[in-house]
Ligand binder design. Structure first.
Ligand SMILES: *[C@@H]1O[C@H](CO)[C@@H](O)[C@H](O)[C@H]1NC(C)=O
Ligand SMILES: *[C@@H]1O[C@H](CO)[C@@H](O)[C@H](O)[C@H]1NC(C)=O
Ligand SMILES: *[C@@H]1O[C@H](CO)[C@@H](O)[C@H](O)[C@H]1NC(C)=O
Ligand SMILES: *[C@@H]1O[C@H](CO)[C@@H](O)[C@H](O)[C@H]1NC(C)=O
Length: 195
């Protein structure tokens, strides 16, 4: 009898674990070990996300700040050697009034002698919605003045553990006097859905 009761409790606990597992969004309540244990039940899925990143250089609260450069960066036509850190608002639309759903946090360097091109390394950190608490890590080559650029999703956390994918970036607006800009991000991400 005791054995049966134990088995029943075990089944209930497993069912609750699977039911509450969702996409494995909460790192605190769902340990990585449990998540990995259930990974054979998971399927790979593709999620398409579209949002807008607001890059603010002007005013008292810029979200993109230069932190270092070489002396020669000043005379370089491509700003070669300049390094900046960003914490850009991620919005649902290309306007400062659009809802904020996350932040783009990381850094980039002007990394080309030939053209104005950035090497970027940053995280899209979701702060609301279905992916609140999850993040996507992005790395890539960003020739800033090309209309379309392609970066890579190299990983993620929460719902995006083991993620990989493609990020298409285009400039929606660019203020030539301040450098303030809005970028459209089309993210296609391959990740796991736990059943
Ligand atoms: C960079 O410029 C500053 C100020 O002119 C100078 O003191 C410094 O030696 C320069 N650094 C290098 C590496 O040339
Ligand atoms: C996002 O998650 C954080 C931490 O769990 C929570 O404090 C916050 O209220 C959530 N935000 C929204 C908009 O759901
Ligand atoms: C992003 O997706 C939209 C359609 O939703 C499309 O019009 C746009 O061209 C795409 N951007 C890039 C850089 O491919
Ligand atoms: C660019 O920014 C300046 C300073 O904030 C502003 O006066 C101007 O209207 C902006 N230009 C565009 C096209 O938004």
């Amino acid at each position: 009898m005791a054995g049966k009761k134990y088995l029943l409790i075990l089944i209930l606990v497993s069912a609750v674990a699977i039911l509450t597992h969702g996409d494995g969004i909460n790192a605190e309540t769902n340990s990585i070990q449990n998540w990995l244990k259930n990974l054979h039940l998971a399927r790979e899925k593709i999620t398409e996300l579209q949002f807008y990143v607001q890059d603010i250089l002007s005013g008292p609260n810029p979200s993109n700040i230069q932190v270092a450069r070489a002396n020669s960066s000043l005379s370089s036509p491509t700003s070669f050697g300049t390094v900046a850190v960003l914490d850009d608002p991620v919005r649902t639309g290309p306007s400062p009034d659009s809802e904020i759903i996350g932040r783009a946090q990381g850094f980039f360097a002007f990394a080309s002698l030939e053209e104005t091109s950035l090497h970027m390394t940053f995280d899209l950190v979701f702060t609301s919605g279905d992916y609140n608490g999850s993040s996507i890590s992005i790395v890539g080559h960003n020739p800033y003045f090309n209309q379309n650029r392609e970066l890579s999703v190299v990983g993620g956390s929460g719902a995006f553990r083991f993620a990989r994918g493609v990020v298409l970036v285009s400039t929606v607006s660019f203020n030539t006097s301040t450098g303030d800009a809005f970028f459209q991000y089309n993210v296609t991400v391959l990740h796991y859905s736990t059943i």
